[in-house]
Design a protein around this ligand. Structure first.
Ligand code: NAP
Length: 283
């Protein structure tokens, strides 16, 4: 009996060797009995433009892609159709190659974060005071799904204050929103604090006051690793009873949203987060 060829998917970026996405999608495929192959492909912009590389993968029969750093804005520009959340984010992390040759672009990062905070950390956003630190690509992607959950208020603080202000003004929402640099963050406890800066990648802390921490705050760092991040450690040092979480669940959550878009079935993210966590900690 002839085997049915698996449908092909990949994550593209540069660098890409470190990507956990092939492992995550393999675990999703096993869990949901989907016949897919998923690989990590580096696009070297000195060899091929992003558009040329995507055309090549389309010709090779790939059904869809994840797009990561530094190509999320290129992907936004290349998609023929965009989901509403990709349009608002102005960045795309998922392509669906349609049968008629069109490319649908989506952004699942924000949905991944909301899923992780609401389901894993068990902290619904409704009526909560939320502090978002950072105003780069990742924060741009999470704001619309987060605002849709009707938090009580949102303050965005960023090293470059103007960037936070411009981002805050882009959203037409009934949720009270404000934005500032480090110097004008309201000095009161927030219920949910999300670090979306890349400071943790360098082992650095954004220079914010511990007064934003409450005894029961959820302190979330979008970065993840084998150990708690410097930001999570800082929060625990000042508020030992606060809840901290890193961004591994967001990574698995956004992957689950992409998988559902491609395959029409939503995997359970809990066992996959646990498996990837175990692997990271054993390395
Ligand atoms: N878990 C996940 O699935 C997931 C998904 C996406 C991203 N992430 C993580 O999210 C973080 C941000 O990624 P991104 O794509 O948004 O990056 P980005 O577009 O380059 O934005 C970087 C942000 O960090 C700020 N920043 C950089 N260095 C800083 C420092 N030393 N101190 C304070 N602020 C600093 C920047 O401020 P300025 O505007 O002033 O430059 C900007 O707001 C990274 O840690 C990334 O790994 C995680």
């Amino acid at each position: 009996m002839s085997q049915i060829e698996p449908d092909k998917y990949a994550v593209v970026g540069d660098p890409i060797a470190h990507s956990k996405s092939p492992l995550i999608h393999r675990l999703f495929a096993q869990q949901t009995a989907q016949n897919i192959r998923y690989e990590a492909i580096r696009i070297d912009s000195e060899e091929l433009s992003f558009a040329q590389a995507i055309e090549q993968l389309k010709q090779e029969g790939f059904k869809g892609l994840n797009i990561t750093v530094p190509y999320k804005v290129d992907a936004f520009e290349q998609a023929n159709q965009l989901t509403a959340r990709a349009q608002v984010a102005q960045a795309v992390n998922t392509f669906v190659f349609e049968a008629d040759g069109q490319i649908l672009g989506d952004n699942t990062d924000g949905a991944g974060l909301v899923l992780d905070i609401e389901q894993n950390a068990k902290r619904p956003f409704k009526d909560q005071r939320v502090l978002i630190i950072g105003a780069g690509g990742a924060v741009q992607g999470i704001l619309q799904p987060l605002l849709a959950k009707q938090p009580g208020r949102v303050h965005i603080a960023n090293r470059t204050a103007k960037r936070a202000q411009v981002l805050g003004e882009r959203f037409d929402t009934s949720v009270p929103m404000s934005a500032s640099g480090w110097d004008a963050i309201p000095l009161e406890p927030f219920d949910i604090i999300i670090n979306g800066t890349s400071a943790s990648l360098e082992g650095k802390l954004p220079p914010i006051s511990e007064k934003v921490l409450g005894a029961h705050s959820l302190v979330y760092d979008m970065m993840y690793g084998a150990q708690p991040t410097v930001f999570m450690n800082w929060a625990k040092q000042h508020q030992p009873n606060c809840q901290t979480l890193d961004g591994l669940g967001m990574l698995v959550g956004q992957a689950a949203e992409s998988f559902a878009l491609w395959r029409g079935v939503k995997p359970d993210i809990q066992p996959v987060i646990a498996a990837v966590r175990k692997l990271i900690q054993s390395n």
